[in-house]
Design a protein around this ligand. Structure first.
Ligand code: UDP
Length: 357
């Protein structure tokens, strides 16, 4: 028997979707979630619980007084430099701008300069990253930028994964369908404290790793988000996600939720301006920062967790990694399989399915 505890009044965590009372639009309450994966098993799994509609994430960026196509592709390059280059010519242009001395980029900025050169970096990435992460891009890992493709054709699909889509009725019904099983009890509005673990055979903990220990070694840094909701009529911005990389505006992006469900029709529109800031106690942690200091603290918490029995840490918060939905699901499946194998052979279940340190 499995009991799922969630302190919130709904399932699905930060993927939660709900109908906006005023407009009827399906809203991604904790910010945009677009399902994309290369993992056929995970894709098959989620599709067995709900109907996915084809959805391609196409993001625009308002920078330096113009609207550009993202991720950086041939259209962006031609728009930005006022050129009509073909793919090979654009590649040559960008190669000429890229800093070739950075053969082994050590941080976000070096990764950007070695990939696209200073102009595109400053227009699209520098300001956005400063606002999003609250620190200098030189302090951030190169891996954050590696999330985004660079293309020398007109493909403006934000992701390079094989499967991409949106659950037709939202993520919450999908998660509810996953949990709809005679062996599973879902208890909402129920906070879980570490002391409650004694009442369970094994705990899979998806809350913050440092929180399990009352943050007694220090707090792992996170960014939290504030959403400023506003309503419009018809179509406000013409796309789901418009990024604002400039430091002239304090938000990072505006999401227009009706465009996440293009198969629906609504006259009204609901939008979120998204502001990022340091996560204080009581705020919702969204993005693990993982600077050098956090890395050290993480190693200490991980060592401590590994000495425990009866608890396995999962998910973005439990493993303090910038995981996407598909990876989180894959790792949860791996954890479940490991648990079954360990139980069958009377071996202890490890604290992590994947070592996060
Ligand atoms: N990023 C940026 N400019 C953009 C979009 C992204 O500088 O217009 C950088 C920024 O540092 C961001 C990272 O790339 O945190 C990853 O972007 P992604 O769109 O994957 O972020 P998410 O949707 O997970 O917030």
């Amino acid at each position: 028997m499995v009991t799922i505890l969630d302190e919130r009044p709904h399932a699905a965590g930060n993927c939660h979707t709900e109908r906006d009372a005023e407009t009827g639009v399906l809203v991604h309450v904790y910010g945009p979630h677009i399902f994309h994966t290369d993992d056929a098993g995970v894709w098959e799994y989620v599709n067995s619980f709900t109907t996915f509609k084809p959805y391609m994430n196409r993001v625009k960026s308002t920078a330096q007084g113009q609207v550009f196509s993202l991720p950086v592709n041939l259209h962006t390059i031609n728009q930005f430099f006022g050129t009509t280059l073909r793919p090979d010519e654009a590649r040559a242009l960008i190669t000429g701008k890229a800093d070739k001395s950075l053969t082994d980029p050590q941080n976000f900025e070096e990764q950007a300069l070695s990939m696209i050169g200073p102009e595109l970096y400053e227009a699209f990435f520098k300001g956005y990253t400063q606002k999003q992460w609250g620190c200098e891009p030189t302090d951030l890992p190169a891996s954050i930028l590696k999330r985004l493709p660079l293309r020398f054709n007109y493909d403006d699909n934000y992701f390079f994964h094989k499967y991409q889509g949106m659950p037709e009725s939202g993520y919450t019904p999908m998660v509810e369908a996953i949990l709809d099983h005679p062996g599973i009890t879902l208890r909402l509005n129920t906070r879980f404290e570490r002391a409650d673990a004694a009442g369970f055979g094994h705990v899979f903990y998806s809350g913050p790793l440092d929180g399990w220990y009352g943050c007694d070694l220090g707090r792992l840094g996170y960014r939290t988000l504030d959403f400023e909701r506003f309503i419009a009529e018809g179509d406000y911005q013409g796309c789901a996600v418009m990024n604002y990389p400039g430091l002239d505006v304090p938000f990072t992006r505006i999401t227009e939720h009706k465009h996440f469900s293009p198969w629906e029709n609504h006259h009204g529109s609901v939008l979120y301006r998204e502001f990022s800031r340091a996560c204080e106690p009581g705020d919702i942690p969204y993005y693990p920062i993982r600077l050098a200091a956090e890395q050290e603290l993480l190693t200490a918490y991980v060592a401590r967790a590994q000495a425990e029995s009866g608890v396995t840490f999962v998910g973005r918060l439990g493993t303090y990694r910038y995981l996407d939905m598909d990876v989180t699901i894959r790792e949860a499946m791996t954890a479940a399989e490991m648990f079954l194998t360990a139980t069958a052979s009377n071996k202890p279940m490890p604290a992590f399915a994947v070592n996060p340190a």
